[in-house]
Write a protein of this length. Structure first.
Length: 345
């Protein structure tokens, strides 16, 4: 009999959300787990080899449970003409930063190879974003002692995920930073509060539910636990952690008084995501087109050049609505500050 992870076993019901693109380092994953929570490797943008390297590195730093997050492959949503039009709109930006825009190719991010990696290296949990895996993939993971978990943004997505074998759900509210986890890549952002969505799912499903989106304090964690969540998932709260790989421009922006608002945008990646409002969003949101990962590939060199130049106005600054409460501290200290004082377990 394979011993399988259970969210209810966590000493602290706090999960560090997988943050693709750098923040979720193996060091952060292990530090969160060692502090009693659950750390997550963000493998959505990693190669299969990179995913394996991160799992191995995290395992060397902790004997506790770890999770891995994968992006479910997306159907093409942007035409070649639309992508070319957006590239034309970005031409002046590319000239300003002295780079060539990337090649907007569609792909699945090495989906099958990464499924093989997690099956072979066996993290305790594998969560999925942008959709649910096929039923046979869920069964394969479960038979290897891995808990398959789906990230959902509404009741309908939850039903699909459970039908395909998800053992637990991560319920993402609209205040979350980074990409919306909607199964439909073109779905417009909605403002249904996390509390309402959590209540609806608690009443309808009989699996563990993790609440995510806009949570920043021990009171926030306690509130969702008391509503029926098994744990709270937070990402923005860990962006300034000492162990996080958040780039210096992003770190500085989170505490820069010129940034006062977060907004949804598809300008950076072709999929809606929440980040600090900057010049690039204001200038290009109206030109932006759907198409993930094509748009992300197109803008990638531009974003990297903006960071290299120390300029926060042409790069994605993903953050949730509670970003002002993020603190620079060790992951252990952050976990200690988030632990509810008295939570019924």
């Amino acid at each position: 009999m394979v011993n399988r992870f259970a969210f209810g076993q966590l000493d602290v019901p706090v999960i560090a959300a997988p943050m693709a693109g750098g923040p979720s380092t193996p060091e952060l994953v292990a530090a969160v787990t060692n502090a009693g929570g659950l750390g997550f490797i963000a493998a959505g943008l990693l190669s299969a080899e990179g995913c394996a390297e991160h799992i191995v590195a995290a395992r060397k730093l902790t004997a506790g449970p770890i999770g891995v997050n994968l992006f479910v492959p997306q159907p093409p949503t942007g035409t070649s003409a639309q992508l070319q039009a957006y590239a034309t709109a970005l031409a002046d930006e590319a000239r300003h930063y002295g780079v060539r825009l990337g090649d907007p190719r569609h792909g699945d991010g090495g989906w099958a190879a990464k499924l093989d990696v997690v099956h072979d290296l066996r993290p305790d949990v594998v969560s999925f974003t942008f959709g649910a895996p096929a039923s046979e993939d869920s069964v394969r993971l479960r038979n290897a002692g891995i808990q398959p978990v789906a990230t959902v943004t509404n009741v309908e997505e939850a039903q699909i995920a459970l039908a395909r074998g998800a053992d637990a759900l991560i319920v993402q509210g609209p205040s979350a930073g980074g990409h919306r986890a909607t199964f439909d890549p073109t779905a417009p952002p909605v403002d249904e509060p996390l509390e309402d969505l959590l209540a609806a799912l608690v009443a309808r499903v009989d699996v563990p539910i993790v609440a995510a989106g806009g949570l920043a304090t021990a009171d926030d964690v306690a509130a969702v636990i008391n509503m029926g969540a098994i744990a709270a998932q937070l990402g923005t709260a860990f962006l300034l952690a000492h162990e996080a790989g958040t780039n210096p421009v992003h770190r500085a922006a989170l505490t820069d008084p010129q940034f006062t608002q977060t907004v949804f945008t598809r300008a950076f990646t072709g999929r809606y995501a929440r980040g600090l409002r900057n010049r690039f969003i204001d200038k290009h949101e109206c030109d932006a087109v759907f198409g993930f990962p094509e748009v992300a590939m197109l803008t990638g060199p531009l974003l990297a050049a903006s960071v290299k130049a120390g300029d926060p106005h042409a790069t994605s600054l993903w953050a949730g609505t509670a970003f002002a409460k993020a603190k620079a501290a060790s992951a252990a200290d952050i976990i200690a500050q988030l632990a509810p004082d008295a939570v019924p377990r």
